[in-house]
Design a binder for this molecule. Structure first.
Ligand code: GDP
Ligand code: ZN
Length: 451
């Protein structure tokens, strides 16, 4: 157990009815006695004065005491609920530092919870994901991971791997005995069980990839000449879903990026209208960044005027298309179909998807939703999505590669056993069984302070 006591303001900065200072460390009863002049009662709310070194009252509030090991961190934890003003909380925190605590690093409470086996790594990450969640689906998914659902699935696969390893290694250990290794393995169905295991892992990968969309979302680029309806389409997409519209970075004069949501999936929309030549340095920087983002966009919505494009794209539209990266999937949107008199609809010409719709009337918008979800690879709104992080996806991928190798070389038992061990280690990284210290540092440093 850690000998250092840590403290931090756990509530968000700003003013609020209540603000919380959290303290964690070994043996905090004396700490509480000096702070409040009383011995704290375990898991009971006590109304008390919080006092400074001269015995003057800093604030009056509620003291909560969670003795080890039944606390979030597994250590003694004190929660000081004071009034939610920045100065009050600063004074309370100062007092805690005087009493011997040091300022907690970002994520340090959760890190201690992990080190004291209160949470595994995937659960610890879910804490941060829950706080960062920007949609209801993301919240649900983070909660499932926090409750250990994701970890249980990983453990389920690992347990089956261990069983197969034991079978194979047992035959390796007794090469000269009467046991015929091949017969034994055949009788235990090792190879078909391995295949089944790989299929189940693939299912998990699918759910994780889809879930990771809830975290990172899709990069969508709006391209097209002025007045074709880019802003109107953006507003329509945002408004339809009563989405949270946030202005991100952008430039001084124009918003280049917006974040909206469709069916709970964040869409980062970049309007290329902002990407014009400029002498303004700050704006230039923003534009450079936008071009970098266009390079790694998931989809480009190229807007054309439905009236002009009745007989194919205009020269101007072709020129715009030429400026955009070729490898990024493109959807041609024939906007203002209410003016051209055509019905909304979808067509495909030579593999290129065309949608006719109206940003103004909203006709055909559902086609665009469906198309975006298709590009995203979104299949269903299952309750079983895994809010995966990039490192989880990589670990699942690594485990899958090991299993694939093991299946190919099923006759070379030693090799096969080695691959199964590799798969087990890759999966262990998800829950933190085999995780290097620097990775832990990287994970927890991205938490907010007080968590
Ligand atoms: P942007 O310059 O590409 O962002 O285009 P805007 O969204 O500012 O739209 C330019 C004009 O076209 C505005 O007057 C819009 O009201 C109009 N407009 C946009 N979409 C439609 C549409 O689907 N139908 C009709 N009739 N007008 C539209
Ligand atoms: Zn515009």
């Amino acid at each position: 157990m850690n000998e250092e006591t840590i403290a931090a303001v756990a509530t968000a900065p700003g003013r609020g009815g209540i603000g919380v200072v959290r303290v964690s460390g070994p043996r905090l009863t004396d700490f509480a006695r000096r702070l409040c002049g009383l011995l704290p009662l375990a898991r009971q709310a006590t109304l008390t004065d919080f006092r400074d070194g001269q015995g003057r009252t800093i604030d009056r509030g509620i003291l909560l005491y969670f003795p080890a090991p039944h606390s979030f961190t597994g250590e003694d934890v004190l929660e000081l609920q004071g009034h939610g003003g920045p100065v009050v909380l600063h004074l309370l925190l100062q007092r805690c530092l005087e009493l011997g605590a040091r300022l907690a690093e970002p994520g340090e409470f959760t890190r201690r919870a992990f080190l004291n086996d209160k949470l595994d790594l995937a659960q610890a990450e879910a804490v941060a994901d829950l706080i960062d969640a920007s949609s209801v689906q993301a919240v649900r998914s983070a909660l499932r991971s926090l409750s250990g659902e994701f970890s249980r699935q990983v453990h389920g696969i690992v347990d089956r791997l261990i069983e197969l390893r034991m079978l194979i290694e047992a035959t390796l250990d007794f090469p000269d005995e009467e046991i015929d290794a091949a017969t034994l393995l055949r009788e235990a169905n090792v190879m078909s069980r391995l295949e089944q295991l790989r299929a189940d892992l693939a299912g998990m990968q699918r759910r994780a990839r889809q879930g990771s969309l809830l975290r990172s979302g899709l990069q969508v680029v709006l391209a097209g000449p002025p007045n074709v309806g880019k802003s109107s389409l953006l507003n329509r997409l945002a408004g339809e879903e009563r989405a949270i519209v946030t202005e991100i970075a952008g430039t001084t004069r124009d918003t280049v990026r917006e974040l909206i949501q469709v069916e709970g999936i964040p869409l980062h929309i970049i309007d290329t209208a902002g990407l014009r030549e400029t002498g303004d340095t700050i704006e230039k920087l923003g534009i450079e960044r936008s071009w970098q983002e266009i390079e790694r966009a998931d989809v480009i919505l190229q807007l054309v005027d439905a009236c002009d494009a009745r007989h194919g794209l205009t020269a101007e539209d072709v020129a715009i298309a030429g400026q955009l990266p070729e490898r990024v999937e493109r959807i041609v949107i024939h906007n203002k179909c209410d003016l051209s008199g055509e019905p909304a609809g979808r067509s495909e010409e030579g593999g290129q998807v065309h949608l006719r719709l109206s940003a103004r009337s909203g006709q055909g918008i559902e086609l665009l939703h469906a198309e975006l979800l298709r590009v995203a690879g979104w299949q269903e709104h299952g309750e079983d999505l895994i809010l995966a992080r990039e490192r989880h996806l990589q670990a699942l991928q690594a485990a899958d590669s090991h299993l694939a190798e093991a299946l190919i070389r099923g006759d070379a038992l030693e090799f096969c056993a080695e691959e199964l061990r590799g798969a087990q280690e890759a999966l262990g990284e998800i829950t933190g069984k085999f995780t290097a210290d620097d990775l832990l540092g990287a994970i927890f440093s991205r938490f907010c302070i007080g968590k």
